[in-house]
Design a protein around this ligand. Sequence first.
Ligand code: ADP
Ligand code: ZN
Length: 519
Amino acid sequence: MTNITELLQKYWGYTSFLPYQKEIITSVLDGRDTLAVMATGGGKSLCYQLPALVLGGLTIVISPLIALMKNQVDDLNERGIRAVAYNSTLDYHERTEVERGLQNNTVRMLFISPEKCMQPSFLGFINRFPVRLIAIDEAHCISEWGHNFRPEYRQLSALKDYFPSVPIVALTATAIPAVREDICTQLQLSDVREYIGSFNRPNLSYRVVPKNKPVEFILDYIEQHPDDSGIIYCLSRKATEDLAETLVQHGHMASAYHAGLLPEVRKKVQEAFIKDDISIICATVAFGMGIDKPDVRYVIHHDLPKSVEAYYQESGRAGRDGQPGECILLYSRGDLAKVRYLLEHDDQDEEQSGIAFKKMQEVVDYCETNSCRRKYLLAYFGEEYPGETCGACDNCTHPQELFDGTGVAQNIVRCVRQLPTKYGAGMITDILLGSKKAEIGRLRFDALPAYATGKGYDRNTYLTWIGDLVRQGYLARTGDKYPVIALTAKSEEILRGGVPVMLPLPRKTRQRRSEVPGQ
Ligand code: ADP
Ligand code: ZN
């Protein structure tokens, strides 16, 4: 068998494999169904590209976006490996050309969308050629548990019926176990070998910034990083356009990017971004997936991501070349209310929206945690980060100052205990602050001993502290759609006062610190 390291050197110019690449390639070459879970930038493409060379014949690569296919096809052809994208943009001439390439067995890889691949006409056509391997990129799109479910991926569950003896390699950057399981079941993978790489991206740094004046923050940031490429994610198409316009008015090369643009405009923007004619793209999260540029130096989330997983993916578009990248999330509780509202008025079923709310809450936890953000992200994927601090997130480089908040914590716990039934953090805060809201009067909560015992701090500070007590296990959050606060076995410890409960210093102090730019 051809030496795979030699091929790696010959076609890609790399001298060694990245973690797990060799294992995955070997498994594929052994003819085994293989699931490769590796972080973005981990080098997944090579795991089917190199086998395609070794195996000869044809490798079908299923990929969700034409833009992604095009990048890869161009890249492969430049390396002297014949690859084609088979999609509806081909004209008659190009199509004949592809067919000729297949007939004389010079085409190694054929990229195709899932829906196209499952069309009877294509299945009939491809049947004439020696298919040796099927690679399914972004395989998490097949799972409703993932952050990017695409119904057309479901059709791929019939692949094994058509190609029972062709090994399948499924690749994804989504590690949560439910998605992994779903991929294997849906694709009918048999006796599958799974390889799960580390999700740590050591070259990325993480920061959460209070969203006071987001546009000013972004302008400042860009001014301090004039030579860098960046992506700024916004929630709505309109927001991407407004922001891009503001940036342009300030003399920056920026452009909006979302699904509402004509395909040719999108293509132009993308190419301009790749060629550095545009340095900043303001994209909707729904559409950022097509952006594939290795030297993105920063990713700023102007609005909250939908889930921690989505945040990991989106922010992970920074630093794919291995050079430093910065991931910044602008966070405000006001935004949270907005997203909640949107979720409530989304026409999803109860279960779906329950999942959505839970995922949202995890994003809030990421934003409000005062321990290492990298640790938090990795723990989310079931990975333990070795060590207490990573040295490259705001909480590690500028640890939040803590104080002995036992008194405050006791107050909060007492309030929870005095309530006749469970309520959300907002209600508890209102009671502690002695709010005059009608609901409080109606429920007679102004008669509780805890009422108005917490004056002196603002609302957000309390909400953050309650979140902290939950993270520390002194309280619990239950209920899906409308999270409520409950006591835990550890709550009593607080009231006994045996151990000091450390809480972050109130918000004002923190804001000033995180406004220190650059760090
Ligand atoms: P993924 O699809 O997992 O996000 P890619 O396949 O796009 O990652 O690879 C990410 C980067 O790593 C690319 O620039 C690629 O050329 C590079 N790369 C892949 N394999 C190796 C290797 N063995 N050595 C060095 N760089 C590699
Ligand atoms: Zn850290």
